[in-house]
Ligand binder design. Structure first.
Ligand code: ARG
Length: 461
């Protein structure tokens, strides 16, 4: 059976049902170029170890170049009889280099160390792509924050009006969590930059091959220090899937807000036509589908992670065929984010904020009650009492169906002599915002400082 990597000890070929089950070329073919790169590096260490002479190395590298060109052009594809990308490419190599030479390349390596290495190469490339797309989302948030430096909005906890905050502060909160996701990919890459090539099936190679030479050629910072770990571990895959799931969750949270902001009831944002969809029956509809798909796809990303973890949990060391199931979840996670992030970035970049409405609502719902309590604290009232007094003012206002600033000086004096007319200085959105000026607060100067720090951290990436 051409294209099969084993068979010597078998009297017959695999059953059709096994061959169909076993086959992975439908999804592992996207690792073909990484496989060829690994083969080049492997040919060089075989040469260094004296297992290929100069002529053989040159011929091998030429055949690999031709094979790669044919893979890229589509002239060479997996055959129905190929089990996986490794076996198929060995077949392709033998077709180009002849079996005497082509049959030498497999010495000292196994599909087990190959696949563990190629997966890392794929993920490292895609982590960079995703991080770059995520930085564009962060840029979109920063641009919107900078376009609205002083616009207030209702800050919420439990989705209830809590305290006024700056829109820029709120948008940058999302930018921080996404920046940490980018930092996570960078940090993850230090662990991913270790090459399992040379670990062989599980115990290493007896042929005097230098795993660090292969690692360096493939862009890794070192070879694995334990061949069992090198071939059996997939924590680096799972961690990648976790960071992707976290990105999905972060995109889902801002998306949920955009969906709410775009309701008639909130009226905070208008979605750009280019980032909204219509209804096939209701002519007036303008739907936030980008945000909804982001929310939906976050579930899919969480599924990729949990599926992979479930695959790994019962596996004894070292390689088990279950590990063939490691690829589709991480491929799907990468594909999902690469598709999703540009749409979310575009949606955010093109949002139009109804800032007058947001400003009008910012202090409503007694959102300045904490300011009254903290004003009392500054004049020496214990917070416990100040909280009570401010709460009484809320109760009076609520009973009358008015806001805190509608109460008269007499109303306040009746609650407590400590509530002098001076309290009015904090009964405004700007008074509330400006007072929260320590690091991390929502005062304009504090938001300016946080943006400078965010930019500093982004520049470090
Ligand atoms: N296709 C396999 C995988 O994706 C690699 C081959 C290892 N197979 C084996 N029988 N040792 O994990």
């Amino acid at each position: 059976n051409e294209g099969s990597l084993w068979g010597g000890r078998f009297a017959g070929g695999p059953a059709d049902a096994l061959a169909a089950l076993s086959k992975s070329t439908d999804f592992d073919w996207r690792l073909a170029r990484y496989d060829v790169a690994g083969s080049r590096a492997h040919a060089r260490v075989l040469h260094t170890a004296g297992l290929l002479d100069d002529v053989e190395l040159t011929a091998m590298l030429e055949a690999l170049d031709t094979l790669e060109a044919d893979v890229v052009s589509g002239a060479y594809t997996a055959a129905a009889s190929d089990e996986d990308v490794h076996g198929s490419l060995e077949r392709g190599l033998i077709e180009r280099a002849g079996s005497a030479l082509g049959g030498k390349l497999r010495a000292g390596r196994s599909r087990n160390d190959q696949i563990a290495t190629l997966g890392r190469m794929f993920l490292r490339d895609h982590a960079r792509l995703i991080a770059a797309r995520l930085l564009e989302t962060v840029d979109a948030l920063i641009a919107q924050a900078e376009a609205h430096p002083y616009a207030p909005m209702p800050g919420r906890t439990h989705l209830q009006h809590a305290q006024p905050v700056l829109l820029s502060h709120h948008l940058l909160a999302h930018a921080w969590s996404m920046t940490r996701d980018v930092q996570r990919f960078v940090d993850w890459d230090r662990r991913a930059a270790v090459s399992p090539y040379g670990s062989g099936a599980l115990a290493g190679s007896s042929l005097g091959l230098d795993p660090n030479a292969v690692a360096a050629e493939l862009g890794f910072s070192s070879a694995a220090w334990n061949s069992i770990d090198g071939t059996a571990a997939r924590d680096v895959f799972a961690e990648f899937a976790w960071v992707c799931a976290m990105v999905g969750v972060d995109l889902s949270r801002i998306s949920e807000e955009v969906i709410f902001w775009a309701t008639k009831e909130a009226g905070f944002v208008t979605l750009d036509d280019a980032y909204s969809t219509g209804s096939s029956i209701m002519p007036q509809k303008k739907n936030p589908d980008v945000a909804e798909l982001a929310r939906g796809k976050s579930g899919r990303l969480i599924g990729d992670l949990t599926g992979l973890l479930a695959t790994l949990k019962g596996l004894p060391l070292a390689y088990n065929r279950d590990l063939q199931e490691d690829k589709e979840p991480v491929f799907d996670a990468a594909d999902t984010l690469e598709l999703l992030l540009p749409a979310v970035s575009g949606m955010i970049a093109t949002l139009t904020f109804n800032t007058p409405r947001m400003a009008e609502l910012a202090p409503q719902g007694f959102a300045l009650a904490t300011d009254i309590a903290e004003w009392l604290v500054r004049s020496g009232v214990p917070f416990r009492d100040a909280h009570e007094l401010s709460g009484e003012a809320v109760q009076v206002a609520e009973q009358r169906g008015v806001e805190l600033w509608d109460l008269t000086d007499e109303d306040y004096a009746a609650i407590s002599p400590a509530l002098t007319s001076e309290v009015r200085t904090v009964l405004s959105t700007s008074g509330s915002l400006n007072s929260r000026n320590a690091q991390g607060g929502t005062a304009p100067e504090a938001v300016e400082a946080q943006l400078a720090e965010l930019r500093r951290q982004l520049a470090e990436l």
